[in-house]
Design a protein around this ligand. Structure first.
Ligand code: AGP
Length: 613
């Protein structure tokens, strides 16, 4: 869960690298460092703290090299410190390496290298890599121009775990070697310069032409060419992929924070996700899916597997899939699913959701499902990400780059995409009333306008956030689909405000959690499902009686019920209500975090992309 950047070209590398790291800081931000090839050899400037601190490091302005690598860290092995920061060098200062991932067998490798006379200066797993490269390099008696590449390849073959690495050497000032396994890495290419990065947005302002690396591929990156090799060092052809994201989508565009910008982008991002998948009077279209009526009729279970917010998007769409297709749906947490020997076979369809497409547990769960014969569909926001390369089919949310650690626009796009997918299945199967499906599609098409309305009416949210931001605990309640929104709202609040919160199914309150309710505690109720609103109102009356202060998000007439605050949102079809009801709660979390003076985009201990299990 770190970010890496590399540059090889005609310009001074250091400003480009630091600028790239700043855009990757959401991946980790407890230390940062940079190495360039200088006349005297490999520079190595690093320290704990934020990327911006690199500007204060002595010597940073003296770097002249046009080849360099850089890293922003989220500590796994070894606390944040200068010694543990990347880049790491081998003992002879010949090779510098930045690494994202985890080397699981690093203790064995460390012992092996120590036995061979190598000394370690850090507690990291990464430091074995430059020393292993040096070990293989010094053993190789063939001095041809592939010696550097061979040494990196041999070292990587010894590594167990995950890695995306960039390696430079003072002996080879015109080339950088990069490789990956189970950690993301892309190369942005132009005729005279090449940029390497953990993700596309960080280098999107330089080029729209990208090479997407697969696992166990090795690359020689020169300033004017890129050569790809497989694990056995045979040359492979790699097509360039044109990424048509707007570079400004990766900038703040005048908003104070990425999270706020991403919340306000939702009318547009939901519109993009719907795209041409729904057209009035026509059946839903998914260009990249080929699922026949015969196949869909044969499956007896759909699993939806994901982590965090993406898993909550799965929960929000379970009802739609089940009611529209009559196929039972189970939603599971990827880290649980992968280790619980789930019942999967060729009659199971498994849908994986991942904004980044790089979440380690989700990828592992996907590989497991395929090995057991299930068909798999990936729902992702990032073109060419790992999950999309593993799944049988991929459908993209097209929400544009999401930078803030707290996921907002990806969630609403995931929910709307899954709902459209459920309609698509129902249309293939003929399992639901066509008139009702038509109504649902029309309601989906109206969502962008309704999200605009929600965003115009948030004064109550700001006002309440201002009043409650010093509180220690809050509770979110809902029934049915509103409960799934309560779970997501609670996650949003805790991750960026550090306030303890929990979400409960409103009917479950009496079975224990109500003991937590005391005078003045804030309870947030989500009441959108007409069939369940009265029931939920009764549950909320129970907390009012015990002194709770209540904030209600509803599309029903729930005024005059003794609630302290009510925010009315536009009414819509119950299947898609989460797409509207979550938005004020994203903003609630956002404004509480702002009131507390916290870093909204980069909350403590969290990284955007969880590429380790
Ligand atoms: C959401 O706000 C979180 N930061 C987190 O739960 C996230 O949704 C989760 O880690 C899954 O990420 P993914 O969608 O990239 O797989």
């Amino acid at each position: 869960m770190c970010g890496i950047v590399g540059y090889i070209g005609t310009k001074k590398a250091s400003p480009i690298l630091i600028n790239g790291l700043l855009k990757l800081e959401y991946r980790g931000y407890d230390s940062a460092g940079i190495s360039t090839i200088e006349k005297y050899g490999v520079s190595n400037l690093k320290n704990k703290g934020r990327v911006a601190n690199l500007y204060d490091l002595e010597g940073i302005n003296d770097l002249e090299g046009t080849v360099g690598i850089a890293h922003t860290r989220w500590a796994t092995h070894g606390k944040p410190s200068k010694e543990n920061s990347h880049p790491h060098l081998d003992n002879s200062n010949t090779f510098a390496v930045v690494h994202n991932g985890i080397i699981e067998n690093y203790s064995d490798l460390r012992k092996f290298l120590s036995d061979n006379g190598y000394i370690f200066l850090s507690q990291t797993d990464t430091e074995v890599i430059p020393n292993l490269i040096h070990y293989y390099f010094s053993k190789d008696t063939n001095n041809d121009n592939k010696k550097f590449l061979r040494a990196v390849n041999s070292a990587c073959k010894d590594l167990k775990g995950s890695f995306a690495i960039e390696v430079i050497s003072k002996l080879y000032p015109d080339v950088m070697i990069v490789a990956r396994k189970d950690s993301p890495l892309v190369i942005g290419t132009t005729e005279t310069e090449n940029y390497i990065s953990s993700d596309i947005p960080a280098i999107l302002s330089f080029t729209k032409n990208f090479y997407l690396l697969n696992d166990n591929e090795f690359v020689e990156v020169y300033k004017d060419k890129v050569v790809f090799y497989d694990n056995d060092l045979s040359i492979i052809n790699k097509p360039i992929k044109n990424i048509d994201w707007d570079a400004s989508a990766a900038e703040k565009d005048g908003y104070e924070d990425f999270m706020l910008k991403e919340i306000y982008e939702q009318p547009n991002t939901v519109r993009e996700t719907i795209g041409s998948r729904i057209k009035k009077g026509e059946k839903c279209a998914f260009d990249d899916l080929e699922l026949s009526k015969e196949y869909l009729s044969s499956i007896n279970k759909i699993y939806i597997v994901a982590c965090g917010t993406a898993m909550h998007a799965g929960l929000a769409s379970k009802k739609t899939f089940e009611e529209l297709t009559n196929i039972p749906v189970e939603v599971d947490i990827a880290s649980e699913f992968r280790y619980r020997n789930p019942l999967i076979n060729s009659k199971t369809l498994v849908i994986f959701i991942s904004q980044s497409g790089e979440t380690a547990d989700t990828i592992a769960a996907l590989k497991l499902s395929r090995s057991k014969g299930a068909k798999t569909i990936a729902v992702s926001n990032v073109i060419g990400s790992s999950i999309t390369r593993e799944a049988d089919y991929t459908i993209y949310t097209h929400a544009g780059p999401e930078i803030a650690v707290a996921s907002t626009k990806a969630y609403t796009s995931q929910v709307v995409l899954l709902d459209i997918l459920a309609i698509h299945f129902a249309e293939i199967l003929g399992s639901y009333d066509t008139k009702l499906l038509e109504n649902l599609k029309n309601d989906i098409l109206e969502l962008p306008t309704k999200i605009d309305k929600v965003l115009e009416n948030i004064d109550i949210v700001k006002d309440l956030a201002n009043k409650v931001y010093t509180e220690k605990d809050m509770y979110f309640l809902g029934r049915g689909i509103d409960y799934t929104v309560a779970l997501e709202a609670s996650l949003k609040l805790k991750e960026i405000s550090y306030i303890h919160s929990d979400a409960y199914a409103a009917g479950e309150l009496k079975h224990g959690p109500i003991a937590l309710i005391e005078n003045g505690v804030t309870v947030i109720g989500i009441l959108t499902d007409k069939n369940l609103v009265e029931k939920s109102i009764s549950n909320i009356q129970e907390v009012i009686t015990r002194g709770a202060k209540t904030f209600i998000i509803s599309n029903q007439d729930v005024n005059n019920k003794n609630f302290d605050y009510v925010l009315n949102i536009p009414d819509t079809n119950a299947f898609i209500s989460p797409i509207l009801s979550i938005i004020p709660l994203q903003l609630f979390a956002y404004y509480i975090s702002k009131n507390k003076g916290l870093d909204v985009d980069k909350p403590r201990n969290l990284a955007k992309s969880v590429t380790v299990e």
